[in-house]
Design a protein around this ligand. Structure first.
Ligand code: GLN
Length: 309
């Protein structure tokens, strides 16, 4: 059944557009589509180009929140960023001026993520980025690096992000300089991985931070719980509420067309219990979510009854 859902979504008429505001992402082949699902016993289901490498983009907001929260403690992170959804686009600036004290609303939008990037452990950009790639590597059991072409491309066009970072600095939310926070954030967005890695990260998060392959806890339960709540309420930009209703699983998307999804408990064919799902298809909608990715997740959520609600 899941194979036919994949094929149905794959053959649907082309919709959406590439993330062409980042020149390096405007050149991706439009028709890529990949899914990787892993359960707590290590059983997997794969479809399409699952080995293709993508950049994390906004999905990195989840990993940097985990590393910062686990390092500093949630309470210290919450002094600089809230956990409220906004209903605004991911790169919106408006609330930084009108909200009380200009505090960023949550770590899943750019304002919150740039703040969190500045709070990462390490005294310079390189060390802060490494704290996140090291964490990802612990979960995926392989090395991850920054795609320099994507990073440079983003730095050259980061007009809004730089403006956001300046507002944050003016209101005293950033550690270090504006450029350090911006560079750290954009390097994190440019970390490369595959749908297999996304699936493993999803499984790790829904397992409350337990690395099942080693039976080892890497983060606190509290950090995992906050992460899942943030993904459910803020993970899909200003479509988070809609997808909480129609799909009902904690997820995070990025403009590269990747989606990291967590299944708290369910059954998909012979896979059971907790699962992580990595999806990639680069054509995104106006809000920034993968068109085929969201379509596929919605169809499997309905068919296998995967919603947490
Ligand atoms: N690098 C992107 C940006 O900040 C990430 C955006 C995204 O994936 N929504 O513009």
């Amino acid at each position: 059944m899941i194979q036919s859902i994949f094929e149905e979504v794959m053959s649907a008429p082309e919709k959406g557009h590439l993330a062409d505001y980042i020149p390096a992402l405007a050149n991706q082949p439009k028709d890529l589509f990949a899914v990787y699902i892993i359960d707590e016993k290590g059983e997997v289901l794969t479809f399409g180009d699952f080995n293709v490498v993508l950049t994390l983009q906004s999905i990195s907001k989840v990993m940097s929140f985990i590393v910062a929260a686990d390092n500093l403690g949630i309470d210290q992170v919450l002094e600089k960023v809230d956990v409220e959804p906004t209903g605004d686009p991911f790169n919106s600036i408006v609330r930084l001026e009108v909200a009380e004290k200009g505090k960023p609303f949550n770590p899943m939008i750019n304002a919150g993520a740039i703040t969190v990037a500045s709070l990462l452990p390490g005294e310079n950009v390189e060390a802060r980025v490494k704290s996140v790639t090291d964490f990802i590597s612990q979960v995926t059991a392989r090395e991850h690096s920054v795609n320099q072409e994507v990073f440079q491309s983003e730095m050259e066009t980061a007009y809004r992000n730089r403006a956001i970072a300046n507002y944050l600095k003016a209101n005293d939310y950033l550690r270090g300089t504006v450029e350090e926070a911006l560079e750290t954030y954009l390097q994190l967005c440019s970390i490369e991985l595959t749908t297999e890695d996304l699936a493993k990260l999803g499984l790790f998060i829904c397992s409350d931070g337990l690395l099942l392959t080693e039976n080892k806890s890497l983060i606190t339960r509290k950090t995992a719980r906050y992460t899942k709540a943030l993904m459910m309420t803020c993970g899909l930009y200003n479509a988070s509420g809609k997808y909480a209703a129609t799909i009902g699983m904690p997820m995070k998307s990025g403009v590269s067309g990747g989606v990291l999804c967590t299944v708290q408990n369910g059954q998909i064919e012979h896979l059971q219990g907790r699962m992580g799902i990595g999806v990639f298809s680069p054509m995104i909608d106006e809000i920034g979510n993968s068109v085929k990715g969201m379509d596929f997740l919605q169809k499997i959520s309905e068919h296998y009854n995967l919603s947490v609600f």
